[in-house]
Structure formats: C-alpha cells, structure tokens
Design a protein around this ligand. Structure first.
Ligand code: SF4
Ligand code: SF4
Length: 269
C-alpha cells in the first residue's frame, strides 16, 4: 500500500515482467538509478525508488505499475487527489474508493456512488494542453470505453460528452479537472463505473435510467480487474496524448451517438 502521511505521499512502483520489453528507456530516465535489468527484464529496487513517476511517462508499453491508494469511503476521489497534489503526489497516482458520499459530475451535479461501484481518480502531472477539458474528456472517454470492453466484454456507447451508456442506461461518468500550481498545469481524471451495483442501490428517481455492468452481464464482475484495465488504458493515453489524439478523436465520434456538430458543451444537457 502507498504510504500517505500529512506531508508526504509515496507510491510503491513495480514493473510487469509480462509487459516489459527490456528497452531500457526507464532505466536511463530514473534519476536515482533504482531500475536494473535482470533476466532480460527491468525491475525496481523499492529501497532506492523515491516515487518520482518518471519511469511511467517514459515506458511505451505500460509496463510500470504502482499500487493505488484504496479508501473504503470518501466524499470524492477527485477532491482527495486535489489535496494530494498540493502535498506533492507523484505522477500517475491512483486513488480508488469503494463508496463516495459526495461524488460529483460536470457542473457540480451529484454523482450517485453507492457501494458496489468503482470510484477512481488518476493524477497526470504537467499535462500538455491541460486547459482544454472538452478535448481531454473526449480522449479519456475512449480510453475508459476500451477499459470496460477489456475487463467486461461489454461495449458501451458514448453520450456527449462524458457519460457511457449501455442499452439506454448510464453505467459510467467521467469528470476531468485541472489543477494549476504556479506555472504547472496538472489534470485529475475521475471515473465512476457502476460495476456491481443493483437498481435498489440508487435513489428512486434514477432507477429508470441507471445500469451497471453486473446488471447487463447477469453476474458480478471483478472490480479490481476493471480498475487495472482503467489504469493501463489511461497510462497509454496520458503518456502520449498528442500521438493518439487523431485516433481517439475518430473513435469518439464513431461511438458517440449524440455528437454535436458545433462541439460546444451545453449547460442544459
Ligand atoms: S521502459 Fe518499459 S519496456 Fe522498457 S525496460 Fe522499462 S519497463 Fe521495460
Ligand atoms: S518512480 Fe522515479 S525513482 Fe522510482 S523507479 Fe521510477 S523513475 Fe526511478
């Protein structure tokens, strides 16, 4: 588990032997020489690693992994991570809550977050173009859709701009936010996925439009597997957003059933 104290946040990093292609790029990027190569794979010495996160940004194969912070209940994972940024939270930090008491969506609308769902936020430090939340949200929606397909086999539709639906029921919401500190511009990507929730977990007024992966599959899913797929897909996108922008934008338009031609966020949606 990551160490979280009042004035310090450090993550445990490791390298997936399955995904590592032994290119050596992370080793060259590590400022404290914590990465070595053995048996043709990279590995991290936890005694030396100071959680700077540079190796995540450099690895093109998504092989660098780190343990998420797991909270049983929190008001909002985005809010928690915003506070953590001010304490120096490292690049790529992930926080997961089993339940949120004040989950939020766009325009500060509440996002119902009962137990059984996955409430996930990831920090990307110094994100290029971090002020264009419309574009970032669209790219993230594609990464999240891919993660849901990878972990559940269910292929959602995208509803402009930040929701995923299956058979007319909302199964996921996304909230991307920027955090500026001095000249640095960071982003926090928050995702709520209704994984194993049931209709009775939600307020009456939502029950004719909400759904979950378990409702669709007819069986419970592994929430950690969904979280792992989200981290892999977000790492892939957030490390190389410019390279992937055209591909992901085309995919967004393909699966967004109500894409507005003026591409403008409307308050009344
Ligand atoms: S950059 Fe990635 S693929 Fe290359 S050695 Fe490091 S972990 Fe392995
Ligand atoms: S997180 Fe930083 S210090 Fe740790 S292994 Fe990666 S590059 Fe090195």
């Amino acid at each position: 588990m990551p160490e979280v104290t009042e004035d310090k946040i450090s993550l445990d990093y490791h390298i997936s032997r399955e995904r590592c292609r032994a290119c050596g790029v992370c080793q060259a990027a590590c400022p404290v020489k914590a990465i070595s190569m053995s048996s043709g794979k990279a590995s991290i010495d936890p005694e030396l690693c100071d959680s700077c996160g540079k190796c995540i940004s450099k690895c093109r194969f998504g092989a660098v992994e780190r343990d998420p912070v797991i909270l049983e209940e929190i008001d909002s994972t985005n809010r928690w991570l915003k506070d953590a940024v001010l304490k120096g939270a490292p690049d790529g930090m992930v926080v997961i809550a089993r339940k949120q008491s004040s989950g939020r969506g766009r325009f500060d609308r509440s996002f119902s977050s009962p137990e059984g769902g996955l409430y996930y936020s990831q920090l990307k430090r110094n994100f290029p173009g971090g002020e264009d939340m419309v574009k970032i949200t669209q790219l993230v929606a594609v990464a999240v859709r891919r993660a849901i397909i990878e972990s559940s086999g269910i292929a959602p539709d995208i509803k402009w701009i930040n929701d995923l639906y299956v058979r007319g029921r909302k199964i996921c919401g996304i909230l991307c936010e920027s955090v500026s500190i001095g000249s640095e511009n960071h982003i926090i990507v928050g995702i709520g996925v209704n994984v194993n929730t049931a209709l009775e977990d939600y307020p009456q007024e939502l029950r004719d439009k909400i759904g979950s992966l378990a409702m669709i599959k007819g069986e419970k899913l592994d929430t950690d597997a969904v979280a792992g797929a989200l981290t892999r897909q977000l790492d892939k996108l957030l490390v190389r957003p410019r390279k992937l922008e055209n591909e992901y934008s085309a995919e967004y338009r393909k699966y967004c059933y109500n894409f507005p031609e003026d591409n403008i966020i409307k308050q009344e949606e």
